[in-house]
Design a protein around this ligand. Structure first.
Ligand code: KPL
Length: 295
């Protein structure tokens, strides 16, 4: 019997997953769930410049199969709760769910609320949308998948394998909470600044931004320490600068949102950090300034 994997959220990441997963497994069909149904194939440009046309059913929540094998939630953080609530009316609440959101806003509440197993993913795959049904896979990255409390290791492993079979580097892990906070630190140091000044990530290496980023990293390290989030092996600063170097030519997701006139993930990225600072009585003027000046 063929099983269906649903991907909820037809943005860049949703299209990317759909295009890769759709042709990788005969036993599994993939459907992309969004506000509008469409029969147009997804057009994916690979990092090697190849253009692939993938026939993936694009359906609405009402058309979703009642018992999918798995569901990937790939909406922006601010849209996740609402999208899941709408789809939940149509599908089995025991369906395993993978959350792909940036930041650390929805992971905890959705993990506790959803009846079935919930895993979180953090990825460095770079992608952006092109036209109504296209996506450009701008840079290959790495994905980690796991449960916030380390539960369901076999499920995390099988989903990572499924992604690997489809051509994406993925690994299961038991420390996804820490990995999400590390990514949060990277996003907080890069996204609000580049979105405000409309610059590419690499420009943060230059004056006057270099010093601002350094100050933000100092504040982030204090908050992380107070939250008992272990630093990355190479330290916070080296981690952030390595990502800036590696994505120098990118327009960060928050800048893409600003340029497209969409809401940004300011709250999902800066909100949890500022709340943690307040919880631990840490004065964080740089994080506050990012918040005040973020689009
Ligand atoms: O994750 C990213 C994003 O754009 O959201 C970074 C790492 C900043 C790369 O652009």
């Amino acid at each position: 019997m063929t099983e269906t994997t649903l991907i909820l959220g037809p943005g860049a990441l949703g299209r990317l997953l759909a295009a890769y997963l759709a042709y990788s497994d005969q036993q599994c069909t993939v459907a992309l769930v969004g506000r509008q149904a469409s029969s147009r194939p997804i057009c994916l440009v690979t990092p090697e410049g190849e253009t692939l046309s993938r026939l993936v059913p694009r359906i609405t929540a009402e058309e979703a199969p009642r018992q999918p094998a798995l569901m990937h939630l790939t909406t922006k953080a601010y849209a996740a709760e609402q999208a899941l609530t709408e789809l939940a009316e149509h599908i089995d609440p025991a369906t395993p769910l993978v959350l792909w959101q940036n930041g650390f806003r929805v992971q905890e509440p959705l993990t506790r609320r959803w009846q079935g197993p919930v895993l979180c993913a953090t990825t460095t795959e770079g992608a952006y949308t092109q036209g109504e049904a296209g996506a450009v896979h701008a840079g290959r990255g790495h994905t980690f998948i796991g449960h916030l409390d380390g539960a369901y290791p076999d499920l995390a492993d099988s989903i990572a394998k499924m992604l690997g079979k489809a051509g994406l580097f993925a690994e299961s892990c038991t420390d996804i909470r820490q990995r999400l906070w590390h990514k949060l630190a990277v996003n907080a140091a890069i996204n609000p600044l580049v979105a405000r000044y409309r610059i590419r990530n690499g420009q943060l290496r230059d004056r006057p931004f270099r010093l601002i980023v350094t100050g933000i990293i100092d504040e982030l390290s204090l908050v992380m320490e107070a939250e008992s989030i272990a630093p990355p092996e190479q330290g916070w600063a080296a981690m952030v600068w390595k990502v800036i170097e590696g994505t120098a030519n990118n327009r960060a997701s928050m800048l893409q949102d600003v340029l497209a006139g969409r809401p940004t993930e300011r709250d999902a990225i800066l909100g949890p950090l500022r709340e943690a600072a307040r919880r631990h009585d840490i004065v964080a003027p740089r994080l506050d300034a990012l918040w005040d000046n973020s689009p």
